[in-house]
Design a protein around this ligand. Structure first.
Ligand code: ATP
Ligand code: MG
Length: 225
């Protein structure tokens, strides 16, 4: 058994809209081992995205603890959390992943620029990753000039350039047709297997969930594996 790099215990989260209180997460436990690939499935509205945001420290739970790479998220200040997000883990959103007025190359290198690294120190590695994701000929393209699949792959490239230990993905194939979705899944499986990056992926697709080493199902605010 590998080292546990993410541990969430008894996570509770409710949303209040007007007078309606929705208990979305009612005591979720979740663990992720180094290099593991876990898919989170469940019906629309079951709280998958909410859980993913909490696991990645983007949102805070009402109750419970999240320990990510040895840090208790609740006790980590925003600045340290932002630094962790740039170095140790990445997040791929379902939509609006890319900055519209930046080229593919600029989008992909954004986290490295934000971290004030020098281009000569990362350029070769970034180009290798862009080529690996099949975007070599799209370096200068703007996001709107890309297909949905290419945009998703650029977002995955950007998630990879920081050499993270974990990537969180919310429906990375949600807006893609069957063939492009399959290509993205093959890539993710390869990233997990050959680069050792742990993946936590929310998906609607049972077929895509099966690329993962483990599938967890959200139902009625809890995980029922
Ligand atoms: N910021 C918010 N304010 C109020 N309610 C919210 C908020 N975010 C989520 N919810 C509610 O919480 C529930 C779970 O939402 P969530 O986005 O986690 O579901 P999901 O499982 O990701 O669904 P989908 O498969 O449709 O993406 C939904 O009922 C949603 O309306
Ligand atoms: Mg969602």
């Amino acid at each position: 058994m590998g080292e546990i790099i993410l541990k969430a215990e008894n996570i509770k989260k409710s949303f209040v809209t007007g007078e309606v209180v929705t208990d979305v997460l009612k005591g979720v436990d979740f663990r992720l081992e180094e290099g593991e690939f876990v898919a989170i499935v469940g019906e629309s509205g079951s709280g998958k995205s909410t859980l993913l945001y909490i696991l990645a420290g983007i949102d805070k739970p009402d109750e419970g603890t999240v320990t990510l790479l040895g840090n208790d998220i609740a006790e980590t200040d925003d600045e340290s959390l932002a630094a962790m997000r740039r170095k140790d883990f990445s997040f791929v959103y379902q939509f609006d992943n890319l900055v519209p007025n930046l080229s593919v190359y600029e989008n992909v290198t954004l986290p490295l620029m934000l971290d004030k690294l020098k281009e000569r120190d990362y350029k070769d590695r970034v180009l290798e990753i862009i080529e690996y994701l099949g975007l070599k000929d799209r370096l200068a393209s703007l996001p709107r000039q890309l297909s949905g699949g290419e945009q998703q792959r650029a977002a995955i490239a950007r998630a990879l350039v920081t050499q993270p230990k974990v990537i969180f993905l919310d429906e990375p194939t949600g807006s893609l047709d069957k063939e492009r979705g399959r290509q993205v899944m093959e890539l993710l499986a390869d990233i997990n297997k050959n680069r050792g990056v742990a993946l936590v992926m929310v998906t609607h697709s049972q077929a895509h969930a099966e690329y993962a080493g483990r599938i967890v199902r959200m139902e009625d605010g809890v995980i029922c594996s």
